[in-house]
Design a protein around this ligand. Structure first.
Ligand SMILES: *[C@@H]1O[C@H](CO)[C@@H](O)[C@H](O)[C@H]1NC(C)=O
Ligand SMILES: *[C@@H]1O[C@H](CO)[C@@H](O)[C@H](O)[C@H]1NC(C)=O
Ligand SMILES: *[C@@H]1O[C@H](CO)[C@@H](O)[C@H](O)[C@H]1NC(C)=O
Ligand SMILES: *[C@@H]1O[C@H](CO)[C@@H](O)[C@H](O)[C@H]1NC(C)=O
Ligand SMILES: *[C@@H]1O[C@H](CO)[C@@H](O)[C@H](O)[C@H]1NC(C)=O
Length: 225
């Protein structure tokens, strides 16, 4: 009888130990684990931003989903869906020339925020040839020093929200944004834009207003069609 009792206790101990180790294993497998490709892209991206004080990106943490400013989708196939690179002093000179080409490989990205930086130039290929970001839904470039004409945004066919306000964009808005057929909100305010109010061809119709269009503090003429 004593022997059985002893055996029983050992079994329960073994069981609780097994349970415990299962529990530990599960908790160690964090819900946010990027695949190898995404992990490498994030590591390369952090290197390309090394001239900036990215102290918030604790790159010694092996899981980029736990870095500040990074949003990942939850679930078994975790991917990076958002990057907030606002207010970093980012100026995208030669020191970060790799940055945009690396970024273009992050093909799961939906939200990208560059607002409140010192960005003056962005390679044209980013706008016209960044096929990896064709799923991007929101791009915020507001409050930078981004000049020249409004670029051809053909890379970003899925954009729903585009904020280019408070920059130095000049000239007219012609058809550069006309490939953005999903656009719901466009903010072009506080630039040096002129010409007639831009129109967009959406579903074969020429429209000027989707859900939100902000054009204030430019020199547009004409009425909103
Ligand atoms: C990351 O950078 C390394 C070294 O420059 C390069 O070999 C690798 O292809 C890059 N990987 C990705 C996914 O960008
Ligand atoms: C950075 O990540 C490492 C590894 O996860 C951790 O040991 C360390 O405490 C973290 N540092 C900060 C400042 O959070
Ligand atoms: C577009 O990007 C691809 C791949 O990154 C590159 O091979 C090609 O040369 C680029 N084309 C232009 C016109 O920049
Ligand atoms: C924008 O670029 C796309 C793809 O390169 C091209 O088909 C389109 O004609 C261009 N639009 C303008 C207004 O330059
Ligand atoms: C630009 O306009 C959009 C739509 O009204 C708004 O949500 C956004 O906050 C504006 N951006 C800035 C920098 O004010």
């Amino acid at each position: 009888m004593e022997r059985y009792a002893h055996l029983f206790i050992s079994f329960s101990l073994l069981f609780s130990f097994l349970n415990y180790s299962l529990f530990v294993d599960k908790s160690m497998a964090s819900p946010f684990q990027l695949n190898h490709d995404q992990l490498n892209i994030m590591v390369n991206l952090s290197k390309s931003l090394s001239p900036y004080s990215m102290s918030e990106w604790n790159t010694s943490d092996p899981n980029p989903c736990l870095w500040e400013r990074v949003t990942c989708s939850a679930g078994p196939s975790t991917v990076v869906t958002g990057l907030s690179l606002s207010y970093l002093g980012l100026s995208t000179g030669a020191d970060v020339s790799d940055f945009f080409s690396i970024l273009c490989r992050l093909d799961t990205l939906q939200y990208l925020d560059f607002s409140l930086n010192n960005i003056a130039t962005i390679p044209d290929s980013f706008f016209s040839n960044c096929t990896g970001l064709s799923g991007l839904k929101s791009l915020d470039l507001s409050f930078n020093y981004f000049g020249g004409p409004v670029r051809n945004f053909s890379s970003f066919a899925s954009l729903e929200t585009l904020d280019l306000s408070h920059n130095l964009l000049e000239g007219a808005v012609g058809t550069q944004l006309s490939s953005l057929s999903k656009l719901k909100s466009l903010n072009l305010s506080s630039n040096l834009l002129m010409g007639t109010i831009p129109t967009f061809v959406i579903d074969g119709r020429r429209v000027a207003v989707f859900e939100e269009l902000v054009l204030s503090y430019n020199q547009f003429t004409g009425t909103i069609p």
